[in-house]
Design a protein around this ligand. Structure first.
Ligand code: UGA
Length: 454
């Protein structure tokens, strides 16, 4: 099929490149000329595993980029809106989505052939069948039926986005009518080995929010159990949760062996969730729900527990080293999770800001996210960045692990002991445990673990 994609961020570009790889003809549209030039030269403007390799395979033959939305819509049968929905003042801003719908609508006015518009950006339930439909109808002067409209949410994890797109668990298509569904589903039919679920657009929008809210809730649930376990003492919340994982309702027994489904990963104590999706999506769902007259209780607690994780880390640090002012603290990891250079809503960045206020001297390490962190954090004398962990740990009074990078998980305890002034390790990701840390002579505090000296 001929497909145009409006917006070339993580979602838009991954979608475009993967659909081109599946044999479709894709035109990517963006307003930023430097992004277009980069894509057309086969250079991925964002870091995402396998993206650039695939882009090089499809560029020119199957995929091109342009700033001309008119050309893209005229020369395609389906337009996918994948623009950003920034979060401001407690709500997502739908301005970009609306503008994209308007731009498409204007072209549809002149277009004779049937064309389907798809909303892929994460939008609040009711957006597609109210605001987007109205915008398209007004701009095109046509009625639904003369053009098609669907909502097709994405379930891509950053760092795994290409693999997730190529091997989806399910494809949700919230269609405004049967014809929209029939035409749009051709993009996936016979190209992907996954069930295609037909819903209405509101349900599709809600599936996306519910999916992220559930995963975020599991993390906050685990962190609440972690906090209680710390109060008890000598009770490791990680062991507690691993004991829970083995319930056959959570882990299937296949051919006599316990197999852990991916969701179990989210039932683990951690420094809390970040990224461009979980915090924004849960907060947007809360705000939307309140607007409708229902005050969510669980979702509010999910955010509250997550936000308190930073304070809990600071308390652990104070517990171990006393006064923070003028102490040298190594921050291991800046990205919101391993496998990405994205620092949006990263708990690490939030912790850094908090520690700067306390007067700490910070040495920060990340294998790939330093440039983005520098753009985010104001330059200051007591904040330094290192691309190797040895220099970061040198003479530090404490180290805080904030991203679950393998390079960090594999640092041996001897390295911490040799380089640091004082080997206090606060493990926000519970990744050092495989080093049998409990037996080592270090002051180790993991989330959900407070050992009692006997
Ligand atoms: C998330 C969802 O997993 C995707 O399904 C969804 O498509 C995407 O949001 C989106 O809405 O676009 P992503 O934000 O890339 O994907 O990252 P995850 O791997 O789910 O992790 C989110 C945050 O939770 C990270 O900060 C991660 O470190 C944290 N996390 C994850 C934990 O703190 N503990 C865990 O056990 C798992």
């Amino acid at each position: 099929m001929k497909i145009s994609i409006i917006g070339t961020g993580y979602v838009g570009l991954v979608t475009g490149v993967c659909l081109a790889k599946k044999g479709h003809n894709v035109i990517c549209v963006d307003r930023v000329e430097s992004i277009i030039n980069s894509i057309n030269s086969g250079i991925a403007p964002i870091f995402e595993k396998h993206l650039e390799d695939l882009l090089l395979e499809v560029i020119r033959d199957k995929l091109t980029a342009t700033s001309d939305v008119g050309y893209a819509v005229e020369n395609s049968e389906v337009s996918i809106i994948a623009v950003g929905t920034p979060f401001s003042e407690g709500n997502i801003d739908l301005k970009n989505v609306k503008e994209a719908a308007y731009d498409i609508g204007v072209i549809l006015k002149k277009k004779k052939d049937y064309h389907v518009v798809c909303v892929k950006s994460t939008v609040i339930p009711t957006t597609t069948d109210t605001m987007i439909l109205k915008t398209l109808e007004e701009a095109s002067g046509k009625k639904l039926g003369e053009f098609g409209l669907v909502m097709n949410p994405e379930f891509l994890r950053e760092g795994n986005a290409v693999e997730d797109f190529m091997n989806p668990d399910r494809i949700i298509i919230g269609a405004m009518d049967d014809k929209s569904f029939e035409v749009f589903s051709k993009i996936y039919k016979s190209h992907f080995d996954a069930p295609i679920v037909k819903t209405n657009s509101r349900t599709a929008e809600m599936i996306k929010y519910t999916s992220n809210a559930l995963l975020a809730a599991l993390i906050s649930f685990s962190n609440e159990i972690a906090a209680i376990s710390e109060e008890i003492g000598d009770t490791d919340a990680l062991e507690v949760l691993e004991g829970v994982h083995m319930d056959r309702r959570l882990s299937l027994i296949v051919e006599g062996k316990i197999t852990m489904p991916g969701i179990i990963k989210y039932l683990k104590p951690s420094r809390g969730f970040g990224g461009s999706c979980f915090p924004k999506d849960v907060k947007s769902l809360i705000a939307f729900s309140e607007k409708l007259g229902y005050k969510p209780k669980i979702l509010k607690s999910v955010i509250e527990v997550n936000e308190s994780q930073i304070e809990r880390l600071v308390l652990k640090l104070k517990d171990e080293i006393g006064e923070i002012r003028d102490k040298t603290i190594a921050i291991l990891g800046l990205a919101f999770k391993a496998g990405t250079d994205d620092i949006r809503e990263s708990q690490s960045i939030k912790l850094i800001r908090r520690l700067i206020k306390e007067g700490a001297v910070l040495k920060c390490y990340d294998p790939i996210a330093i440039e983005n962190a520098k753009k985010e954090l104001e330059e200051q004398a007591n904040l330094e960045f290192y691309s190797n962990y040895e220099n970061t740990l040198l003479n530090a009074d404490a180290a805080l692990i904030m991203t679950d990078w393998d390079t960090i998980a594999n640092i041996s305890i001897d390295v911490f002991k040799k380089l640091m002034k004082n080997p206090v390790i606060i493990d926000g990701c519970r990744i050092l445990i495989k080093n049998n840390i409990k037996e080592q002579k270090t002051k180790y505090r993991g989330i959900g673990l407070r050992m009692i000296e006997k």
